[in-house]
Ligand binder design. Structure first.
Ligand SMILES: Cc1cc2nc3c(=O)[nH]c(=O)nc-3n(C[C@H](O)[C@H](O)[C@H](O)COP(=O)(O)OP(=O)(O)OC[C@H]3O[C@@H](n4cnc5c(N)ncnc54)[C@H](O)[C@@H]3O)c2cc1C
Length: 372
C-alpha cells in the first residue's frame, strides 16, 4: 500500500512523504480547561483525516490534564498523546515546543493544526522555525486534496481582506496551520467513544528552562467574543455610542456580551475588541442578536455559524434577514428595551440572577458608557 502510494507520489513529481500520515491537533488548555477552538479543530480535523483515510491525533500538554486526553477522544480523536509534567503547568514556549517537535519527529503527522490564539500562534511559530516547513497563519477554511497529493488547502483572507488565498506546502512535511476560533464546528461530545491514549515524556527539566512564570495576572474587563455563547451586536443603526448602553442592558439580562459591526467601531462608538466579521472576531455563539446591522458579507462571515440569529432592523429588505432565524422589523429603540424588560421579568420570576454591565462590555467600553 505504502509502496503504491510512493509510486503514485513519484508520478506527481513530489517528494516521497509516505512516512508522514495523519492529522494532529495540538490541544490548548489553561488551568485544566480546554479552549473551545481545540474541539472545533478536532471536528474539522476529522473531516480531513477521513478524506485522507488517516488517523486523527491530538496532543495534550500540561500538568494534571489526563481528563483532557479522554475529552479529546470524546470529541473525535483516534489517538491522543498525553504529556504531563509540573514544568508544563503554565504555557512557556520552549518546554511546550520541545515536546511538540519530538512528537512530530516520532509520530510524523502529515498535518499539524493549532488554534490561532495568542498561545497557538506563539507555539506554532516557534515550531515552524525549527522544522524545514511552512506555517499558514490564521486560516478560515481547510480542505485536503485526496491521495496521492494529500495536500492541505489552507485558505485565509489576503490582500487587505479583499480576497481569499489558498496556501499549499508542496515540498515539506508536516503541513502546518493555525486556524481561527469559531470558524469550525466541534463534533457533539460522545462520552462512550473510545480511543488510544499514549503517554509521552516531557523533554526539559525546570532548571533547563530560562523563562520562569512568577505569577499569572488575569486581565479584568477583557472581552472574549469567541468564547461567548450569547452576543448582542449593534451597528450603524444605533446612531451613536449611547445606544450601546441599551444593548449592554439586553446582554446583561441574557448573560451575554456586546458585539459590533465595523461601521460602529470605525465611528468610534465602541472598541475594536467588540467587532465581529472579516476583520474582527469570528464567532459561533448559541444566540446572536444583530441590531441595526444591515448584513454586509464582511459582517456575516463572522457570525453566520451562530446557532440562532435574531435580527432587528427597520428595513424589511435588509440582507441580515436572510441569515436570521427570527426577524423583527421595526425601530430598535423601542424593541430592544422591551425585550430586555421581558427577559428580566421572566428571570426574576424563575429566580435567575441577571448580570451586570461589567460582564458584557470591555473595560474600555464601560469607561466610555460611564463617562456619558
Ligand atoms: C476589507 C473590509 C473588511 C471589513 N470587515 C468588516 C468586519 O469585520 N465587520 C463588519 O461588520 N464590517 C466589515 N466591513 C464593513 C462592511 O462592508 C459594512 O460596511 C459594515 O458591516 C456595515 O455596518 P452596519 O451594518 O452596522 O451599517 P449599515 O450597513 O449602514 O447598516 C445599518 C442598518 O441599521 C438599520 N437601522 C437604522 N436605524 C435603525 C433603527 N432605528 N432600528 C432598526 N434598524 C435601524 C438600517 O436599516 C441598516 O440596515 C469590512 C469592509 C471591508 C471593505
Amino acid at each position: 500500500m505504502a509502496n503504491e502510494q510512493s509510486q503514485e507520489q513519484a508520478d506527481t513529481g513530489m517528494p516521497d512523504w509516505s512516512a508522514y500520515r495523519g492529522v494532529l491537533i495540538v490541544v490548548e488548555q489553561r488551568d485544566g480547561a480546554a479552549k473551545k477552538v481545540s474541539w472545533q479543530l478536532l471536528g474539522e480535523g476529522k473531516k480531513l483525516a477521513a478524506k485522507l483515510e488517516a488517523p486523527l491525533m491530538a496532543l495534550v500538554l500540561g500538568d494534571d490534564v489526563a481528563h483532557l486526553a479522554e475529552e479529546a477522544v470524546h470529541y473525535g480523536a483516534d489517538r491522543v498523546f498525553l504529556c504531563e509534567a509540573p514544568e508544563l503547568r503554565t504555557y512557556r514556549t520552549r518546554p511546550y515546543s520541545r515536546v511538540c517537535l519530538k512528537l512530530i519527529e516520532e509520530a510524523k503527522p502529515e498535518i499539524v493544526l493549532f488554534g490561532a490564539t495568542a498561545t497557538g500562534r506563539d507555539l506554532a511559530g516557534a515550531i515552524a522555525t525549527h522544522l524545514p516547513t511552512g506555517l499558514t497563519a490564521d486560516t478560515t477554511q481547510l480542505d485536503v486534496e485526496p491521495p496521492p497529493s494529500r495536500l492541505l488547502l489552507a485558505s485565509r483572507p489576503a490582500f487587505s481582506e479583499k480576497m481569499m488565498a489558498t496556501i499549499l506546502c508542496k515540498q515539506y512535511r508536516p503541513q502546518m496551520a493555525t486556524a481561527r476560533a469559531g470558524v469550525f464546528q466541534a463534533l457533539p461530545k460522545d462520552a462512550a467513544r473510545e480511543g488510544e491514549i499514549v503517554r509521552i515524556e516531557a523533554t526539559m527539566r525546570e532548571e533547563e528552562i530560562a523563562a520562569q512564570v512568577l505569577d499569572f495576572l488575569r486581565e479584568t474587563g477583557k472581552l472574549n467574543l469567541e468564547e461567548s455563547e450569547i452576543i448582542v451586536a449593534g451597528g450603524r443603526g444605533l446612531g451613536g455610542p449611547d445606544a450601546f448602553g441599551l444593548l449592554a442592558d439586553l446582554a446583561d439580562a441574557l448573560g451575554g456580551v456586546v458585539g459590533a459591526s465595523r461601521a460602529a467601531v470605525d465611528a468610534g462608538w465602541i472598541g475594536h475588541e467588540h467587532q465581529v466579521g472579516q476583520t474582527g472576531a469570528t464567532v459561533r455563539p448559541k444566540l446572536y442578536f444583530a441590531i441595526g446591522i444591515s448584513g454586509a458579507v464582511q459582517h456575516t462571515v463572522g457570525m453566520s455559524h451562530a446557532d440562532v440569529v435574531v435580527a432587528i432592523n427597520k428595513d424589511e429588505k435588509a440582507p441580515i434577514f436572510q441569515f436570521a432565524h427570527y426577524g423583527i422589523v421595526g425601530d430598535l429603540f423601542k424593541i430592544v428595551p422591551a425585550i430586555a424588560e421581558e427577559i428580566r421579568q421572566r428571570r426574576t420570576l424563575f429566580g435567575i440572577k441577571v448580570g451586570s454591565a461589567e460582564n458584557s462590555l470591555s473595560a474600555d467600553a464601560l469607561e466610555r458608557s460611564e463617562a456619558k
